[in-house]
Unconditional design. Structure first.
Length: 115
């Protein structure tokens, strides 16, 4: 089992920045990749950014050049630096851990962007 705990959401003005963090805990599980997804009201959950255990990132086109995903110094932690935030970035952001057996999800953290 893997438990994911997110932090860092909140309210920010358009053009502002936020940093989300996620820590995965659990024993005996190898995590292949970690990432962030988001879900806005009335929309499907979508990939924002993902990073493999080897450090290779990939991003949704809508956030390229504005968001950066990285591994933390502590094993199995990941952050998402979000810059130049837009109202359309507002959503609940979920941390994801991709093991070779299944996906695990955090409870989500709310990001609100005021115009």
């Amino acid at each position: 089992q893997v438990q994911l705990v997110e932090s860092g959401g909140g309210l920010v003005q358009t053009g502002g920045s936020l940093r989300l963090s996620c820590a995965a805990s659990g024993s005996g599980v190898s995590i292949n990749a970690m990432g962030w997804y988001r879900q806005a009201p009335g929309k499907q959950r979508e990939l924002v950014a993902r990073i493999t255990s080897g450090g290779t990132p990939n991003y949704a086109d809508s956030v390229k050049g504005r968001f950066a995903i990285g591994r933390g110094y502590i094993k199995n932690t990941v952050y998402l630096q979000m810059n130049s935030l837009k109202p359309e970035d507002a959503a609940v952001y979920y941390c994801n851990a991709d093991t070779f057996a299944k996906d695990y999800w955090g409870k989500g953290t709310l990001v609100t962007v005021s115009s």
